[in-house]
Design a protein around this ligand. Structure first.
Ligand SMILES: [Zn+2]
Ligand SMILES: [Zn+2]
Length: 352
């Protein structure tokens, strides 16, 4: 393969801008592969913890100068020594956290929860997808089936994986109504996947009329309600006074998160996946007495991301339908500006 020696990558200086820097095109070492990027989408976490300011700490700490982008998908163009499964030409999704591979969490496939000092997330502590090539650990690659697009792959790498994990952990299925608070990209994913899992009725809440319309258009919700002081009464009215068996907060905003919990039916399950902020609610009437099971769920595991990928392929269901804005790498600044406005569907960088 002839590859150029250098490439341009996008970094996030933390002042609501994007800068470009030259990087050496990496050569894969043992157990590593070089992935030519085809799609690299933008996540709410990038905007929240890196783009506006470097507020992230620990696992969400951004190493300044790192190529951004933690939702990468592409094609392997070079493999290092001792790779066991993947070869040149393979289409791959990157599970976006490289864990130590040896701790209990890594062995369960939850590299997201690895506490080893060698844990590093693509786009946070090691170079990510906003560049023509990404150096990846082979054990973070997931095969992307031929009938899924690279954009599908990028969306599975974080947002759809996150929604899948919470929904399946709550054993969401055909007996359930689903309540979604926050109709950004993860909320859309929750609705689309919830329906695929058999949910018959989906109620979505947001404060943005544009996002409510989009969710209906994508078939992610049956009904969209404005998230305000009357929303809980409306949820109850729509569900015979009972609430939804399953609810998921994808907003990361306190009042909406509380609505997800309060809109959950007695004996129901509620998951928080939207990050940041806090929540205040009276524990007895809203959690203990209604016998609610409350889940915190962070991203997903390698195994469950693989499972999701297989199901999407089998169902011919395409996450990429939620992409409303596509930009070239050199337009990454504009891409982040649009994503940060919080009115769009998914925003993605695509490569020719
Ligand atoms: Zn993400
Ligand atoms: Zn580990």
């Amino acid at each position: 393969m002839t590859k150029s020696k250098t490439m341009t990558g996008a970094i996030l200086p933390g002042n609501s801008t994007v800068e470009f820097r030259e990087f050496a095109v990496p050569t894969p070492g043992p157990g590593q592969v070089l992935v030519q990027m085809k799609a690299s989408s933008i996540c709410g976490s990038d905007v929240r913890a890196i783009y506006r300011a470097h507020t992230g700490k620990g696992d969400e700490g951004y190493r300044p100068g790192t190529v951004a982008g933690h939702e990468p998908s592409g094609q392997i163009v070079e493999v290092g020594p001792n790779c066991k499964e993947f070869k040149v030409g393979d289409r791959v999704i990157l599970y976006h956290i490289s864990g130590c591979g040896c701790c209990d969490d890594c062995k369960e496939g939850y590299m997201i929860s690895c506490h080893n000092e060698h844990r590093a997330a693509y786009g946070w502590q090691r170079n990510g997808g906003h560049a023509p090539y990404l150096l990846a650990e082979e054990n973070t690659c997931i095969h992307l089936p031929d009938n899924l697009t690279y954009l599908d792959g990028a969306l599975i790498a974080c947002g759809f994986g996150t929604a899948w994990e919470a929904l399946t952990r709550m054993r969401t299925g055909g007996r359930d109504r689903l309540l979604i608070t926050g109709l950004g990209p993860v909320g859309l994913a929750a609705g689309i996947l919830g329906r695929a899992l058999g949910v018959s009725e989906i109620i979505g809440l947001d404060t943005s009329a544009a996002r409510m319309d989009m969710a209906k258009k994508f078939g992610a919700v049956d009904l969209a309600i404005t998230s305000d002081g009357e929303a809980l009464d409306k949820i109850k009215a729509l569900t015979g006074g009972k609430g939804c068996e399953v609810s998921i907060d994808c907003s990361g905003v306190g009042p909406a998160r509380a609505l997800a919990l309060k809109g959950t039916r007695q004996w129901g399950r509620c998951a928080f996946v939207g990050e940041g902020n806090d929540i205040q609610f009276d524990v007895s009437p809203f959690l203990i007495h209604p016998q609610i099971t409350l889940f915190g769920s962070w991203v997903t595991s390698l195994g469950h991301m693989t499972e999701l990928t297989e199901r999407l392929s089998r169902w011919d269901l395409h996450p990429d339908k939620t992409v409303t804005h596509r930009f070239k790498l050199e337009e990454t600044g504009e891409a982040y500006r649009v994503a940060a406005e919080g009115q769009s569907g998914k925003v993605a960088i695509v490569f020719e």
